[in-house]
Design a protein around this ligand. Structure first.
Ligand code: SIN
Ligand code: MN
Length: 219
């Protein structure tokens, strides 16, 4: 008798870029919201990142493991309070390996994935993020992205330009998005959040949380 395969509702948006809707359970989302609340308070508090030319990002960001500021990673948050960011916890790395295994199946050795930084972004109803590449890492290991709360429009493009071709994806609460391989350095952004679409049962009454794990390749 043949094996019965229940298709997972996942989609490869571009080579190496996989969207897995509803990947996190409600309990896992609650746990992450709780953890993000704590990280947001310090040792380096969540804040709007100031860009080199004086612009201020509309999202609020707090980092784990390494502190990101445009456009580099440091151990100390020189642009906030000079303190060292919170440790990247082992359980989050475990979640990242599970995410990779589920998104890529056998194609990628998920056991070898050792993310050492996470950027946690909070979007209020008006916040957005322009098209950019994640390219401050000295590693081409995949980025694992988890979303909780309000849904958003996530624009996933190409590695050459900020413009077309791109694919618009709705990322909802609990969704996983992994981008690696040929898509690791693709432009992407968040043009819009859909206020009021989240489930308050996650612990997040409004807004959107996104956590991306990465391998910095730094030591
Ligand atoms: C990011 O590009 O760092 C965040 C993406 C997202 O919020 O989904
Ligand atoms: Mn990014």
């Amino acid at each position: 008798m043949g094996k019965i395969v229940i298709p997972l509702p996942m989609r490869e948006v571009a080579p190496g870029a996989v969207h897995v809707p509803g990947w996190l359970t409600l309990d896992e989302q609650r746990h992450l919201v709780q953890a993000c609340r704590e990280w947001a308070t310090g040792p380096v508090p969540i804040r709007h990142t100031v860009l080199p030319r004086g612009g201020v990002m509309s999202v609020q960001t707090v980092c784990l493991g390494w502190h990101w500021q445009p456009y580099r990673y440091t151990r100390l948050a020189h642009d906030v309070n000079g303190r060292q960011v919170a440790e990247f916890p082992a359980w989050l790395g475990e979640l990242g390996r599970r995410a990779l295994a589920d998104a890529y199946g056998q194609e990628h050795p998920a056991e070898a994935y050792e993310p050492d930084t996470a950027l946690i972004n909070f979007y209020d109803g008006q916040a957005k993020m322009g098209m950019h590449q994640d390219k401050d890492e000295k590693s081409d290991a995949p980025v694992v992205s988890l979303s909780i709360g309000d849904a958003c429009l996530f624009r996933f493009g190409n590695t050459e330009t900020r413009g077309r071709p791109y694919t618009d994806v709705r990322l909802a609460s609990g969704d996983l998005f992994v981008f690696g391989g040929p898509s690791r350095f693709a432009y992407h952004g968040v043009p819009k959040v859909y206020p009021g679409t989240g489930d308050p049962a996650t612990g997040l009454a409004s807004g959107r949380l996104n956590l991306t794990m990465r391998v910095t390749g730094l030591r």
